[in-house]
Design a protein around this ligand. Structure first.
Ligand code: NAD
Length: 479
């Protein structure tokens, strides 16, 4: 069979299911309120560059107000409330997320650029699952193996990135509320909308005022939040550079800190792996969510004896990827989240060319407006290349080869990061051996990018510390 056998008809999801306001205030003390200053910023659809809404930029006075509201709610209502009562609110939030999931998925794809297929079938089910899972823990904390009388920390200041906006919110807010903490959360400046819709859900669920507060803004707002004297716990997900700065600014304070940072995961394919499945795993590992994934399999390590065959099949598979309108249900790869991120992907890819690696991009027509980058692989990559060491955070795969399992381990671990890894082989014993050798928080075997609320997730080395998800995810919010 050669070429495409048929064309897809457009299958657009309706945007009419989302009713966005033209402007949004801050969500403080259970209400949407104006900021103390007049600063605002626009959030745009990265697939079209169309302005979606104007959002308030919170200043120090606003952060102060939000932290005070969270403190009051912690002391008067949420802290003293029995776990079984807190659980009811979390179950209610989970159910409302399910009821509104189509609307939330469309809003996420509009603001982030990710394909609707992923926001609908990936992000949203996991958001609901995270609230259901932690709702179940709220009245069982003394059985979590974290002491007989675990106590909440108080007010959590939480800062999240733009790649999985609502999912990162759920990872942060669900365990914090289940353990009796109140929160002030700052979404990323390019993707604030689903956090603001989540604020509406808190109102709909009759969540007591001040238990969840959402402040929008960029780095300075985040900095004001994490350094605020009234915050007892800081939870940050984002880049290693910013995480390092936060750790530095909190040193010497009694604030608790968890950091979920960057990654440069190895996806290791042995010669006995089922190659077609491995190719699907490679594609999922690096092209899922446009490669804007902290645990993306951005370094392919393939055993030399099957390298040519794997690359041939990979290129054939990449040729069938559909890049384009995120709201089209047939789209596999959507828009890059921002002009700044696109510039970073281009710069790093250009260093790949300059350092002598060989670039191949899937043939596809990119739209005229918006931010786009064709799925790309680099071969002939060495461990010294920047594209093998630095996180590109885009749909770009660096391919390296190895001859022996020991060489695969050495190359996989040759990174300052340690968030995730993948292993493809038919041998169970090799999977267990590799999982022991690889310095990564998560090791997937014959699959990639699988998430579950019951399973802890987090890094080693420059990928951060602390775990989110599972019983381990409770520990970061308890004394
Ligand atoms: P980023 O660090 O630039 O921004 C993350 C968040 O921090 C944003 O909300 C931003 O406004 C805020 N921020 C920026 N400067 C700040 C400061 N000085 N103080 C406090 N907050 C500040 O990262 P990004 O570009 O939005 O996200 C991409 C990064 O996130 C990648 O490195 C990726 O690997 C990482 N990430 C990690 C995980 C994980 O679980 N380990 C998950 C998703 C993303």
């Amino acid at each position: 069979m050669t070429g495409k056998t048929f064309e897809y008809a457009p299958a657009p999801e309706s945007r009419a299911v989302v009713d966005l306001a033209s402007s949004y205030g801050l969500f403080i003390g259970g209400e949407f309120t104006a900021g103390a200053g007049s600063a605002t910023f626009k959030t745009i659809n990265p697939a079209t560059e169309e302005v979606l809404a104007e959002v308030t930029e919170a200043g120090e006075a606003d952060v102060d107000r939000a932290v005070a509201a969270a403190r009051r709610a912690y002391e008067r209502v949420w802290g003293p409330m029995p776990g079984r009562e807190r659980a009811k609110y979390l179950f209610r939030i989970a159910r409302i997320v399910q009821e509104r999931s189509r609307e939330l998925a469309v809003a996420e794809s509009l603001d982030n650029g990710k394909p609707i297929r992923e926001s609908r079938d990936g992000d949203l089910p996991l958001v609901a699952a995270w609230f259901f899972y932690y709702a179940g823990w709220a009245d069982k904390l003394e059985h979590a193996g974290l002491g007989t009388e675990p106590r909440a920390l108080g007010v959590a200041g939480q800062v999240i990135p733009w790649n999985f906006p609502l999912m990162m919110l759920a990872w942060k807010i669900a365990p914090a509320l289940a353990t009796g903490n109140t929160v002030v959360l700052k979404p990323a400046e390019t993707t604030p909308l689903t956090a603001l819709l989540f604020a509406e859900i808190c109102q709909q669920a009759d969540l007591p005022a001040g238990v969840v507060n959402i402040v929008t803004g960029a780095g300075p707002t985040g900095q004001a939040l994490v350094t605020h004297a009234g915050v007892d716990k800081v939870a940050f997900t984002g880049s290693t550079a910013v995480g390092r700065g936060i750790a530095r600014s909190l040193a010497g304070t009694d604030k608790r800190l968890t950091l979920e940072l960057g990654g440069k995961a190895a996806n290791v394919v042995f010669d006995d792996a089922p190659l077609d499945q491995a190719v699907e795993g490679i594609v999922n590992g690096i092209f899922f969510n446009q490669g804007h994934v902290c645990c993306a399999g951005s370094r392919l390590l393939v055993q030399e004896s099957v390298a040519d065959e794997v690359l041939e099949r990979l290129k054939a598979r990449m040729t069938t990827l559909r890049v384009g309108d995120p709201l089209d249900k047939n789209t596999d790869v959507g828009a890059i989240n921002s002009a700044a991120q696109l510039a970073r992907i281009r710069t790093l890819s250009d260093t790949g060319d300059a350092e002598g690696a060989e670039r191949w991009s899937a043939p596809c027509t990119l739209p005229d407006h918006g931010f786009w980058f064709a799925p790309t692989i680099f071969t002939g990559v060495t461990q010294a290349h920047r594209i093998a060491r630095e996180e590109i955070f885009g749909p770009v795969l660096s391919v390296l080869t190895f001859r022996t399992p020991a060489e695969a381990v050495a190359k996989a671990n040759n990174t300052p990061y340690g968030l995730s890894a993948g292993v493809w082989t038919e041998k169970g014993s090799r999977i267990l051996w590799m999982a022991e050798q690889l310095r990564a928080g998560v090791v997937w075997a014959n699959t990639f990018n699988k998430f579950d609320p019951a399973s802890p997730f987090g890094g080693y080395k420059e990928s951060g510390y602390g775990r989110e998800g599972g019983r381990h995810g409770l520990a970061g919010y308890l004394r």
